[in-house]
Design a protein around this ligand. Structure first.
Ligand SMILES: Cc1cc2nc3c(=O)[nH]c(=O)nc-3n(C[C@H](O)[C@H](O)[C@H](O)COP(=O)(O)OP(=O)(O)OC[C@H]3O[C@@H](n4cnc5c(N)ncnc54)[C@H](O)[C@@H]3O)c2cc1C
Ligand code: SF4
Length: 489
């Protein structure tokens, strides 16, 4: 049995990453494959198995963190996998990509270093796949009902997997040529190798989920017709309407939306083309934005051989430690260095520029983009501080300013008569149901731009809501209500 006092003796150890320079030479995942299991066991053993596990409550899926930590510490990996898969359809995605609000809420993090919960989760799921413990679970009997899911991101996939396993004849419609939503064409392969997604999709097919790609519902297939042909419809179309930057020069050739750039790069990795239509190779690149998308652009531009990359973030540099206004157990805004920043050697001092407001894009004599003009942003209103204007050379600008909601030009929304809330997201009640009978909304489409862990939680809860709607009751788990939000002050 593992040492129950390991939190006093074992320091936190992060999962090992490959050498940063070596990483830039390929598109493989940044982490070393196959974490040494005894080391992971030692880390899991740091869990204090608190009576009131805040980590569990901070995870939107309600992952049973202390339970699987204890099982891993005792080397019972198979039982740990069963406990993990009981609450999370896709731990191979969250184990790699989740920002881990659970770790911010770990009791050890009050005055020390949290348990490496996310890494333990990843080691469990990787082992489960290797050992064949995460097998297809086809339903034992048919529910005799049909459900259509529109969108194959993590929300649509989680909804579909839950409903298929419960016996519903479930079909997922996806407008793109491949399945996976932002997991496929947004997030780069160096953070999620796509064979992991394909493996999960194969499992879903083996369970009985049907997939139709290349079908944009509302354009290629009338949404009303689709609704009439099924017993319930779940809209999980994401929230990928890009924010624009209305400054002089924003229409210059060379200014692109980050999501387009990342999609092109992902398509090269999928083998669709030899080179992207827009590449950073040999060019001075400026990324406007400070989130995950901006960091993914940075890592991609470095791999393409950019001459330089500057990142302009309008927010001030966050503190290294929790600010007094963000006490434990909230997930705090602190300075975080992503693996892309590690590769670029970027620090808080540069070439990552904080509190930078973009003033405009300037053309060279050939009419093409040549520079970006920006200034320090006043903390109060983000207006440019007088006398701080400067320029950086730029031949490629990537706008990573976030998303305002579902794309508005889709026929789907109008055809189903769906309403939009003040935040741009699709309106629904607390049980994921819209005003249109039998139509539900899950994922970023209803929540607004969010995270994979929330999308999976939404998919699981929306599946339970559909089951209740069609059968009058449900035994499917519903980890969240539609109105649930992360803990903030
Ligand atoms: C670059 C980038 C990096 C990110 N990194 C992280 C990260 O590290 N960690 C994290 O937790 N989150 C991250 N996110 C956020 C995360 O990817 C999203 O929150 C999540 O994918 C939302 O899932 P979803 O299923 O709601 O929507 P999506 O993943 O957007 O999927 C929606 C799907 O619906 C399809 N669709 C839309 N309209 C139609 C239609 N009319 N007919 C048929 N199909 C349609 C779309 O093509 C798409 O495939 C990142 C996002 C981006 C853009
Ligand atoms: S899914 Fe995210 S929040 Fe939940 S346990 Fe895993 S890392 Fe933590």
């Amino acid at each position: 049995m593992a040492d129950r006092m390991a939190f006093l003796t074992t320091p936190r150890a992060e999962r090992e990453r490959r050498d940063a320079q070596q990483r830039l030479g390929d598109s493989r995942e940044v982490y070393r494959p196959r974490a040494p299991l005894p080391v992971v066991g030692g880390q899991a053993g740091r869990c204090m198995d608190c009576g009131l596990p805040f980590c569990h409550h901070a995870c939107p899926l309600g992952n049973l963190v202390p339970e699987w930590n204890r099982l891993v510490a005792d080397a019972d990996w198979r039982a740990a996998a069963a406990r993990l898969l009981a609450t999370n359809n896709f731990p191979e995605f969250t184990g790699r990509l989740c920002p881990a609000p659970c770790e911010s809420a770990c009791v050890l993090a009050i005055d020390g270093a949290a348990v490496t919960i996310k890494n333990v989760e990843l080691a469990i799921t990787d082992r489960a796949w290797e050992e064949g413990w995460d097998l297809p679970q086809p339903p034992e009997r048919s529910a005799g009902r049909r459900v259509a899911v529109v969108g194959s991101g993590p929300a649509g996939l989680a909804t579909a997997q839950q409903l298929t396993r419960a016996g519903y004849a479930t079909t997922v419609y996806e407008r793109a040529d491949r399945l996976g939503g932002l997991l496929r064409y947004g997030i780069p392969p160096f953070r999620l190798e796509k064979h992991r997604l394909d493996r999960r999709l194969d499992q879903m097919r083996a369970e009985g989920t049907d997939f139709c790609t290349g079908v944009s519902v509302g354009r290629d297939l009338a949404a009303g017709e689709l609704r009439a042909g099924c017993d319930a419809l779940v809209v999980a179309v994401g929230a990928t309407a890009c924010r624009e930057l209305a400054v002089p020069g924003c229409a210059l050739p060379g200014v692109h939306q980050a999501i387009d750039y990342l999609t092109w790069a992902n398509r090269v990795d999928e083998g669709d083309r030899a080179a992207p239509p827009v590449s950073a190779e040999g060019r001075h690149v400026v990324i406007v934005g400070g989130g995950d998308t901006a960091a993914d652009c940075l890592g991609t531009a470095l791999r393409q051989g950019a001459a330089s990359v500057t990142q302009l973030d309008i927010n001030p540099c966050p503190p290294v430690c929790r600010a007094p206004g963000q006490p434990w157990p909230v997930h705090p805004k602190v300075y975080r260095e992503t693996t892309s920043h590690e590769e670029s050697g970027a620090t808080a001092a540069g070439p990552r520029v904080f509190a930078a407001t973009t003033l405009g894009f300037e053309a060279g004599p050939d009419g093409r983009l040549a520079a970006v003009r920006f200034a320090e942003a006043e903390p109060a209103d983000r207006s440019p501080r007088a006398g701080t204007e400067r320029s950086v050379p730029a031949e490629l600008v990537l706008l990573a300013l976030g998303f305002s909601g579902p794309e508005p030009d889709q026929g789907l929304i109008a055809q189903l008569g769906l309403a939009t809330g003040p935040d741009g997201a699709l309106a629904r009640d607390d049980d994921f149901a819209t005003g249109a009978p039998g139509v539900f909304v899950a994922g970023d489409a209803g929540r607004g731009q969010s995270l994979i862990v929330w999308a999976i939680a939404e998919g699981r809860a929306a599946a339970a809501a559909v089951d209740r709607h069609l059968r009058g009751g449900t035994e499917l788990p519903a980890p969240i209500r539609a109105s649930a939000r992360a803990l903030t002050l």
